[in-house]
Design a protein around this ligand. Structure first.
Ligand code: NOJ
Length: 522
């Protein structure tokens, strides 16, 4: 079949005896380039959609009782040293808070089967706990009802980087174990108020990136780090805080999932999961140390979050290298966390090469990256501002989850190409990317992956975490110079729409004709 698993017997034995790890998937290639929507299972077994998140798309940051999130604070701070787009904020973003009906109309025209969005905790519960904001409640009810009315399946994320600033100020947010109780209470408001219509719940978006960006290198909210791992933070401890925060988030996730399963799932018949970011890692050479380093990189980057959920504990190598800096699960916690999901969400964009770096373990003052002890190498054909197009990475990641974690249900929650925002509506790089990655997804499904859905990132050109309004991923361009923030379909919107409507995928070279078709209102 498509996936070739090449591992020498000796090496397998070495791994089994020494690391108790499964065989590495070393060589993978995508074979499918011409396909259609009909080649995939149909909804509800498999859905195609697109996504955004609250802070990146809603705007209306100071309206109707919404309070600040840690992302508002970060966006408004002086970030000259860490971001080229210092002054960009999500204050207005795409103004979807007011334009959600128009946006859902575009989703209908595009043919989306599902929409992945996030709920802004500080819009719904401005103080982080306590009183629910009726206007926030009304907005999400309207959004969900409008999606359902048009037959678009809502997939809601509870936290997409935008934790309430109030809880950060009060007790340090998810650095404190107090966070677990407040997250559960927020999640319960969402299950109770929206769970009759929202059947797909993701507790946290890309936990690993949130933790490393926010608490190790400090380049994302809440901007905590310590020297020499991060250079522009006033507070933090890069060596220990990432492990503590990930631990608290796992406990918060598991507590909310447990609540959902015991109190709501029987009646509401929905599903709950969590999301991680996954690179596809390839050993930079065939040397045994690089093969082992590649497995170690997966254990750190993915296993750190997913092993506790599947096996009830952190990977051995993570515990060994992090030592006393990583908290231990008690027996009760381990039982709570293990199995606390119906599906796993994966954000995957690109492939990296891994080289062993044993010297990093010789340093006493280490952070997560030093504990991982690898050098990460980018492919050298990376175009500026775009991802190199390596579709086999998605197949590799899905195959890895299948082989390593017993083939859980997976949603490919984010995948997409980055381009310069004001470059062109003729985004052939994005078309080529989607074409390749959806082909890769089909190979994975045919190879037995339990993938259940695929969402392009992003539906609109939203406010980007690091790039502000300089770079974008959207199927639709949003004209920021127009007072109405008019949306325009890009070539990729036409391509995806054609695919969703059952036409066979078309070679990139022949696709320009699509942009002249008239099935969009603009
Ligand atoms: C992942 C994040 O979830 C999303 O917020 C971000 O915009 C995309 N990656 C692209 O950077």
């Amino acid at each position: 079949m498509v996936v070739v698993v090449v591992v020498s017997l000796c090496f397998q034995l070495f791994l089994l005896v020494n690391l108790a790890a499964p065989p590495l998937i070393l060589s993978i290639s995508v074979t499918t380039s011409n396909f259609s929507r009909h080649d995939f299972p149909l909804p509800p077994h498999f859905v195609f959609g697109s996504g955004t998140s609250a802070y990146q798309v809603e705007g209306a940051a100071f309206e109707d009782g919404r309070a600040s999130s840690i992302w508002d604070t970060f966006a408004h701070a002086d970030k000259t040293q860490i971001s080229a787009n210092d002054s960009a904020t999500g204050d207005i973003a795409c103004d979807s808070y007011h334009k959600y009906k128009e946006d859902i109309q575009l989703m209908v025209e595009t043919g989306l089967e599902a929409y992945r969005f996030s709920i802004s905790w500080p819009r719904l519960i401005p103080n982080g706990r306590g009183a629910v904001n009726p206007k926030g409640l009304k907005y999400y009810n309207n959004l969900i009802n409008e999606l359902i009315r048009h037959g678009i399946q809502p997939h809601a994320t509870l936290v997409h980087y935008d934790l309430p600033q109030a809880l950060e100020d009060e007790y340090g947010g998810c650095l404190s174990p107090k966070f677990v109780k407040d997250f559960m209470a927020y999640a319960e408001v969402c299950f109770r108020e929206f769970g009759d219509r929202v059947l797909y719940w993701t507790t946290f978006n890309e936990v690993n990136v949130f933790v490393l960006g926010g608490y190790d290198v400090g380049i994302t909210p809440p901007n905590r780090c310590s020297f020499p791992f991060g250079i522009n933070c006033s507070k933090g401890n890069s060596s220990s805080e990432p492990y503590i925060v990930a631990h608290n988030i796992l406990l918060a996730h598991a507590s909310a999932a447990n609540l959902y399963k015991n109190k709501y799932q029987g009646r509401q018949r929905g599903f709950i999961g969590i999301n991680v970011f996954a690179y596809w890692y390839i050993p930079s050479t065939n040397a045994t140390e690089d093969l082992i380093a590649t497995q170690r990189a997966n254990d750190f980057y993915i296993g750190w979050i997913i092993n506790p959920l599947v096996f009830g504990d952190y990977p051995k190598i993570v515990k060994k290298n992090a030592g006393s800096r990583i908290p231990e699960f008690t027996k009760v916690e381990s039982k709570l966390v293990k199995g606390s999901f119906d599906f796993l969400g994966v954000n995957h964009y690109n492939t990296l090469y891994i080289k062993d770096k044993p010297s990093s373990l010789k340093i006493n003052n280490r952070d997560f990256n030093a504990d991982m002890a690898v050098d990460i190498i980018l492919s050298n054909d990376t175009p500026p501002d775009e991802f190199p197009i390596t579709p086999s990475g998605l197949l590799g990641v899905l195959e890895y989850f299948k082989q390593f974690y017993g083939n859980p249900s997976i949603y490919s929650h984010e995948d997409g190409q980055q381009t310069q925002r004001n470059s062109t509506l003729h985004d052939s790089a994005r078309v080529k990317y989607l074409h390749g990655f959806i082909g890769s997804l089909l190979d994975a499904v045919r190879n037995g992956s339990n993938a259940r859905g695929y969402f392009t990132w992003s539906f609109l050109d939203v406010y980007e975490l690091l790039g502000g309004y300089g770079s974008c991923f959207g199927l639709y361009y949003v004209d920021l110079d127009d007072k109405d923030l008019k949306r325009y379909p890009k070539l990729s919107a036409h391509w995806y729409s054609n695919f969703l409507k059952g036409r066979s995928s078309i070679e990139v070279e022949n696709i320009s004709a699509l942009s002249h078709q008239s099935h969009f209102s603009q």
